[in-house]
Design a protein around this ligand. Structure first.
Ligand code: PLP
Ligand code: LYS
Length: 438
């Protein structure tokens, strides 16, 4: 298993993260357990900030909280000086509860409810990323009613398909998100937005996909966006001050993945912006970026306890762990691949090929197929790396399995940031109706 950040194999052949042995974390907090390397979270935030500072361009890095949204993460992001992107009232509430400065929060979503929009206006949220004509109308109406004004960006689909899994591409025109460029919806939305008294249009937003390994898609999308900025200047005598390029930078889950370094990714984007905007005699806009996965994915490791084993001679050996698709949906959703190790046997030869099964009642509940591991026994601790993005945030209670705890580790110490759900939590919202009590 490739070791990211502070993860290492120590002198006892044990996996340690943030200076704490994984088996100790498992003992102290139980399994399954989401472990986050706090230093690596911070280093990833800093890499983005540093890369932009090097470019000399105006920028805002906004962490896409959908990747991993907890109060602790919001706090850390605030401390590192990033903004925060939220897509629901729940993420917004988490940020507000963590004391995140509202003016640095950007509100996304293709179907924000009236209550969500109202709440966001009341607290004075930084920017609304408006997704469709209905939202444009509702937002203007509610802002007028409240006698407030707000910054808006329009989310556009620039017609660029990122090279990634088809279910997580969002930049192509046949998408539920945003105003599409090809049909003229973008121009129409800009004209409309500029007529709204309570909305201040500051720019366009795009997001062409996730887990992207190259910048060609961004290059093409930026060219198209720059054309629109030029048109807006021609027709409205207005230079939109900001461009939001979304998130999408990929990470290394396994040796098959070839991610770009954050520094390289940012410097390529800033170069392309400079080139395309100056070619059209436009001032450089402020660049906003919304990384999610590339900030949190490699900082997360999930620890499981190994339980039952099923050997099918000549076919395969299944090794079952105490979690599964309830804490990691990505293999079932995207056929995502992972690396893993036995945290308490790292020095032993990895000479047995096994497949890691979850405990959910679903044949597709497989975490990893055919991975070489040391010979295991029940009670061993399996560590799966790169589980920091879209794992906790997509965790669920299938089979009424309680969601795992989340700990941050740093300098030899682990601390709970989300406690493990209890059996009580599982039935918390249940009620036996009066009609069944008779
Ligand atoms: C609008 C938007 N911004 C940012 C992100 C974060 O993307 P990633 O986690 O790939 O950086 C997403 C998710 O794909 C998104 O939909
Ligand atoms: N949830 C996806 C990414 C979705 C990106 C959100 N727009 C994943 O795990 O890879």
């Amino acid at each position: 298993m490739y070791l990211h950040g502070t993860s290492k194999r120590n002198e006892h052949g044990q996996l340690s993260i943030g200076g704490v042995e994984a088996v100790e974390l498992a003992k102290q907090f139980g399994t399954p357990l989401y472990v986050y390397d706090e230093q690596l979270l911070r280093d990833n935030c800093r890499a983005y900030i540093h890369a932009f500072q090097q470019s000399g361009m105006k920028f805002q890095v906004t962490y896409a909280s959908k990747a991993f949204c907890t109060m602790a993460m919001c706090k850390l992001v605030e401390q590192e000086g990033l903004g925060l992107d939220v897509v629901s009232g729940g993420e917004l509430h988490t940020a507000v509860q963590a004391g995140f400065p509202v003016e640095r929060i950007h509100f996304h979503g293709n179907n924000k409810s009236l209550e969500e929009i109202s709440y966001a206006l009341d607290i004075g949220i930084g920017t609304f990323i408006v997704d469709n004509f209905y939202e444009l109308q509702v937002l203007e109406h509610l802002a007028a009613e409240k006698e407030k004004s707000c910054h808006v960006m329009l989310r556009i689909t620039p017609g660029v398909e990122a090279h990634t899994h088809e279910y997580i591409t969002t930049g192509q025109e046949d998408s539920k998100f945003g105003f599409d460029l090809g049909s003229g919806a973008v121009r129409k939305a800009i004209d409309l937005a500029l007529k709204k008294d309570h909305l201040q249009l500051i720019g366009l937003h795009m997001h062409i996909g996730s887990q992207i390994f190259e910048t060609t898609g961004f290059q093409i999308a930026i060219e198209r966006v720059a054309d629109v900025y030029r048109e807006v200047l021609n027709t409205h005598n207005l230079e939109l001050p900001v461009v939001n390029l979304g998130g999408g930078l990929g990470i290394r889950y396994t040796s098959e993945d070839t991610p770009l370094k954050i520094e390289h990714f940012v410097s390529t984007l800033t170069d392309v912006i400079q080139q395309e905007f100056s070619a059209r005699n436009l001032h450089y806009p402020e660049i906003w970026l919304e990384p999610g996965r590339s900030i949190v994915a490699t900082a997360g490791t999930t620890l499981y306890t190994v339980g039952s084993r099923k050997e099918i001679p000549g076919v395969r050996t299944y090794l079952a762990v105490d979690g599964g698709m309830s804490d990691n949906l990505r293999p079932a959703l995207y056929q995502a691949k992972y690396e893993a190790t036995i945290a308490n046997r790292m020095n032993q030869p990895h000479d047995e090929v096994v497949s890691i099964a979850g405990k959910c009642c679903e044949s597709g509940d497989m975490l990893i197929w055919d991975i070489p591991l040391p010979k295991t026994e029940p009670g061993d601790i399996l560590a799966v790396s790169c589980t920091g993005a879209y794992h906790y945030s997509m965790a669920n209670n299938y089979n009424r399995i309680a969601r795992p705890a989340v700990v941050f580790v740093k300098d030899g110490r682990g601390e709970i940031v989300v406690r493990r759900e209890s059996a009580e939590d599982i039935v918390r919202c249940d009620r036996i109706p009066d009609s069944l009590r008779a």
